[in-house]
Design a protein around this ligand. Structure first.
Ligand code: NAD
Ligand code: ZN
Ligand code: ZN
Length: 354
């Protein structure tokens, strides 16, 4: 089968022929309907030094996947061939307290996981291929009726990650509150819709791209701004001088972190999701009084079930730009150039082929 492989750090991925994996006991082979191109993959290709992460290339990219169950390993009886599924991307040990709670992102026995601190497309072979080997059936979430197996793929990361971040700040997002979103790409366009679908907050979205600001409006943002010197002033004006109760930073650069901290309300949350490598100095007078500064990483299985439910009921719409597997490299180049609207999604199969 064909697969888009990252062969070393600081390199561009290459489309190669590799054998179709055979599922061993407990494993499941998924025929891939779609794999989203996440900006984190660009960080993997360009930013990370050898040794920075507990795993390393070579592996097939694609950590945002959906498809159809294809072949069952020995002992798997919870799913059936042909069944459409979304794939939970973080693969832990399955047995520690966090894994038992479905929070495999924070597995506490990474030495017993298939790869420490990663998953398919993050150290192990991912979904930018015709088939994806999933090491345990618990990582598969059956798609609810009415949810398209292509639209489902971005929900497993671009949907799940903002959902987890929004849930974490839920108590601060009641009526009268304001959420400030930086970055309206894959994560941000779903983040705005998640705020609208699950909270009463007013939403202010910031992006330098005009097309992203248009998308933000389509997704339900109340106010859309471009970054710049007067950004903080505009946010203060729009919030009676108070600032944003919750800042969701889907960029994470020095610039957005500084603007987010300056725009946050006292007692607010500043949540860093983007990994552009910026830093925010935190000191007594440096951030608003009692503001919490936090990072969030991905989300858990139960939250993915909830995201899929929202989407199947029409409350979340994934904006996608589709590519063939042959054009997967182009998907990442377009993402790097900022020309993708919503999520770039690679579609290896447009229907199930038994
Ligand atoms: P994307 O490229 O689809 O979207 C990024 C958006 O940010 C673009 O629309 C871009 O125009 C905008 N932007 C750039 N500079 C900006 C600025 N100064 N102010 C406001 N907006 C700006 O990326 P994505 O796939 O949505 O990922 C976003 C970030 O989140 C990346 O850093 C990615 O690595 C990270 N990420 C983190 C997690 C996690 O679990 N923490 C999960 C997935 C992705
Ligand atoms: Zn990602
Ligand atoms: Zn574990």
């Amino acid at each position: 089968m064909r697969a888009l492989r990252l062969n070393s750090w600081k390199s561009e991925p290459v489309l190669e022929d590799v054998p179709i994996p055979e599922p061993g006991p407990g494993e499941v082979l998924v025929q891939v309907s779609a794999a989203g191109a996440c900006h984190s993959d660009l960080h993997l290709m360009h930013d990370f030094e050898a040794g920075a992460l507990p795993w390393a290339p070579p592996f097939t990219l694609g950590h945002e996947n959906a498809g159809w169950v294809h072949t069952l390993g020995e002992g798997v009886d919870s799913v059936e061939p042909g069944q459409p599924v979304a794939v939970v991307g973080a693969w832990g040990c399955g047995a520690c307290a966090h894994c038992r709670d479905g929070i495999e992102t924070y597995c506490e026995r990474p030495d017993r996981a298939p790869v420490p601190g990663g998953g398919g497309g993050l150290g192990l072979d991912g979904g930018m291929a015709e088939y994806l080997l999933v090491p345990a059936a618990r990582h598969l979430v059956p798609l609810p009726d009415g949810l398209d197996p292509v639209d489902a793929a971005p929900l497993t990361d671009a949907g799940l990650t903002p959902y987890h971040a929004v849930r974490r700040s839920n108590a601060k997002l009641g009526p009268g509150s304001t959420a400030l979103v930086f970055g309206v790409g894959g994560l941000g366009h779903l983040g705005i819709q998640i705020l609208r679908a699950t909270t009463a907050a007013r939403v202010i979205a910031v992006d330098p791209r005009e097309s992203s600001r248009d998308l933000a409006k389509t997704c339900g943002a109340d106010l859309v701004l471009a970054p710049g010197d007067d950004l903080v002033e505009h946010v203060r004006e729009a919030t009676a001088g108070h600032g944003a109760d919750v800042v969701l930073d889907f960029v994470g650069s020095d610039e957005t972190l500084a603007a987010g901290a300056a725009s946050a309300r006292q007692l607010g949350d500043i949540t860093i999701v983007g990994i552009a490598g910026g830093t925010l100095p935190v000191s007594f007078f440096g951030v608003p009084y009692e503001a919490s500064v936090q990072t969030t990483y991905w989300g858990n299985r139960r939250e993915l079930v909830e995201v899929l439910d929202l989407a199947s009921r029409g409350l979340l719409h994934t904006e996608t730009t589709l590519y063939t597997l042959e054009d997967a490299g182009q998907a990442y180049r377009d993402l790097a150039h900022g020309t993708v609207r919503g999520r770039a999604v690679v579609v290896p199969h447009d229907s199930y082929q038994p």
